[in-house]
Design a protein around this ligand. Structure first.
Ligand SMILES: Cc1cc2nc3c(=O)[nH]c(=O)nc-3n(C[C@H](O)[C@H](O)[C@H](O)COP(=O)(O)O)c2cc1C
Length: 275
């Protein structure tokens, strides 16, 4: 009889797809480097229907858990769902994707969440993905160089596992207590409540309903796709996944923040790996 099968899971929330890429490439790299008794699995919790069942794992699982950084933290709309997760003694690798501004305390927060849910964290990483608010900030990332770094990290993690060195604490960058959520300012310099902003729909719309299907909050009305029935988290899914560029934001403070981010974060940030 062979040993029990080891499952290497990529588990991700990824409205515009950058987190998915890194979580999957990392889990696949770990899987490949571990060899024949490891199998790769991928599970999204991006859509409302995918969050109906809790995430549950056991000691034969390795879980690469990926989320984007929102306002320097783990997206707060996910906290309730992540609280229902159970690691069951699995090994965990928290991963965050950020849009070339900063990941602030998101990685340490995700690591703490995993450790509080019975995962043994063996490595962690912050990577860069094209910013949800922009098509030019960190455009096209993760790119080839990022993927190389993800692959190399997977090899290092599997090396650590082969050596059996999995009981030391992994230190990651971040503050405790966590800093408050990053808050953009309006054109007068006051803190601005972004929650009320919603995308608009232009005449390009062909009513294909892709936006309805990709909205992580299930907030776009299927009968009238220009209508919002719930909250908008500004994740960018409906804007970036629309095949005819029919969704857009025209809120003056949203656009100010977008341009500010683009102007102030031109220098390329690089992945940070903790093991
Ligand atoms: C509401 C919101 C807040 C964000 N806050 C930050 C941030 O604080 N720092 C940063 O660098 N990027 C920030 N981003 C950008 C995303 O973290 C980044 O684009 C990520 O790659 C998106 O992941 P996804 O492609 O899996 O959706 C934010 C995006 C959204 C939608």
């Amino acid at each position: 009889m062979g040993e029990t099968e080891r499952r290497i899971n990529a588990v991700w929330f990824s409205p515009t797809g950058t987190t998915q890429v890194v979580a999957e490439v990392l889990a696949q790299s770990i899987c490949r480097n571990l060899g024949s008794d490891a199998v790769f699995k991928s599970r999204s919790f991006t859509l409302p229907g995918e969050r109906e069942k809790p995430l549950e794992f056991g000691k034969d699982d390795i879980v690469v858990l990926g989320v984007p950084v929102y306002a320097g933290r783990v997206p707060n709309i996910l906290l309730k769902y992540l609280d229902t997760m159970n690691g069951g003694g699995a090994l965990g690798v928290p991963v965050v994707l950020y849009g070339n501004r900063d990941y602030d305390d998101a990685l340490i927060e995700l690591k703490d969440i995993m450790e509080g849910k019975n995962f043994n964290v063996i490595g962690a990483g912050a990577f860069i993905g094209e910013h949800s608010f922009s098509r030019i900030l960190a455009e096209g990332r993760p790119d080839g160089k990022d993927i190389e770094s993800v692959e190399g990290f997977g090899a290092k993690i599997s090396e650590k596992l082969k050596v059996g060195n999995i009981n030391g604490a992994v230190e990651v960058k971040g503050n405790k207590p966590y800093r408050p959520y990053y808050r953009p300012r309006d054109i007068e310099g006051n803190f601005y409540d972004f929650r009320k902003i919603k995308p608009k729909t232009n005449d390009n719309c062909t009513d294909c309903k892709i936006c309805v299907d990709v909205c992580p909050m299930g907030s776009i009305d299927s009968d009238d796709v220009s209508k919002f029935t719930g909250i908008c988290i500004k994740c960018g899914a409906c804007v970036k996944k629309c095949p005819v560029e029919a969704k857009y934001y025209d809120d003056v403070n949203y656009l100010k923040h977008q341009h500010e981010l683009e102007d102030e974060n031109k220098d390329r940030k690089e992945p940070e790996l903790f093991i």
